[in-house]
Design a protein around this ligand. Sequence first.
Ligand code: SF4
Length: 217
Amino acid sequence: MSSLTPRAVLTSLKRLSHPPRSFLHWKTPLDLLVATILSAQCTDKRVNIVTKTLFRKLRKPADYVRLPRLELERLIHSCGTFRMKAKHIQELCRILLAEHGGRVPRTMEELTRLPGVGRKTAAIVLYGAFNKNEGIATDTHVMRLARRLGLTRQRVQGKIEHDLMQLFPRKEWGRMNALFISHGRAVCTARNRQCGKCVFWRSCPSSFVRGKRDLAE
Ligand code: SF4
């Protein structure tokens, strides 16, 4: 396992960057939920372009439900897997109206019962919109960095999240996603890890400067 302690990792990441709560643009919990669903297999930049128009037209669950499916698909087309995303968004908006008074629920259990909403999406919404630390949004950057830093040996998303939740204090769970993404995008990139420029190069068990193999592979 890593000679890097979770505390040291977090302290360094906090010094390196001050990312926003979310890289997605949103004003309401529903905006954040929709934007996070759209961000699956899509860049945050592309999602922010799409939602600029989308959120001007559609503000409440009823707006999404009333819109013809084809029109919603057209609006979100460039985010990819648009048919599935449009279906999930309309179905979950129907459930919000029928079961939650038109509001986005505030618990992991209720959120993950909605179509198209897994723990990652729910954790992002709970932290971003409600300031609740109920999980660690474990996306591709978090998974890669956690493995490279030796914080987990797991490969499956849920198991990696579980390991990280054991290692890091709950009050940090929400902000970890943006901190890991910042480092994952700037230095510890998927294809070309830049260990020579990395603050962790002396102790990271994947540091190629020290002749180590990439533990994320
Ligand atoms: S030393 Fe290399 S592998 Fe380790 S975190 Fe830094 S960039 Fe990633």
